[in-house]
Design a protein around this ligand. Structure first.
Ligand code: SAM
Length: 184
């Protein structure tokens, strides 16, 4: 699998735990969650931060290599997330409900069918009124142009797009957005 290969060669994925986005910190401040779910967690740096805030954090990624590394990285931590191998388009291994959920860089990897399944799963797993935070590239690797209008449409009637904002995060010069979605 492409992602497994990338995670094996850490020189391309030398992500550290040093920079936690302000948007994630604000998600905690605004919601005071006891539980969180992260979709496409990679090496797990963001859920590691959630767990350090004493939040019961669950994080999932379909790269078994990334999940193994994520587990190793938190080996000595007092509060650890639960890292799971799984596909964000079919999360039957989880039952929830979660207080908040987030995705930093996974949604833009999915094709439209995958996105539709993802929306159903996040809806099933989040408590009503809860927030799902997404950071996504505007030009997705799946060749779908992600805009606030597109996100509003794909999340349909089961979520309200509360806010979207250009992000300063860029990957190889591709612009990106943050999206705050409220589960109805
Ligand atoms: C750009 S990386 C971001 C990783 C992590 N969120 C971070 O910023 O450190 C995207 C991640 O999404 C995961 N991913 C992509 N499609 C997925 C799917 N269908 N199910 C689960 N994980 C997926 C990849 O394995 C990869 O770890």
């Amino acid at each position: 699998m492409e992602f497994d290969k990338a995670y094996r060669s850490l020189s391309h994925w030398a992500w550290t735990d040093t920079r936690i986005p302000r948007e994630l910190k604000e998600l905690i401040e605004a919601n005071k969650p006891q539980t969180s779910l992260e979709l496409g967690c990679g090496l797990g740096r963001f859920s590691r931060f959630m767990a350090s805030q004493k939040i019961e954090a669950t994080a999932i990624d379909f790269s078994a290599v990334a999940i193994e590394k994520a587990k190793k990285r938190v080996g000595g931590d007092k509060y650890k997330p639960t890292y799971l191998v799984g596909d964000v388009t079919n999360l039957e291994i989880l039952s929830g409900p979660f207080d908040v959920s987030f995705d930093i860089g996974c949604f833009h990897c999915l094709d439209r069918e995958g996105q539709q399944s993802y929306v159903k799963e996040v809806h099933r797993l989040l408590k009503p009124g809860s927030t799902h935070l997404i950071w996504a590239l505007d030009n997705s690797p799946s060749n779908i142009k992600l805009t606030p209008g597109y996100i509003k449409d794909i999340f349909g009637n089961s979520f309200e797009l509360q806010k979207s904002q250009h992000s300063r995060r860029r990957v190889v010069f591709v612009a990106s957005h943050w999206y705050w979605l409220r589960r109805k």
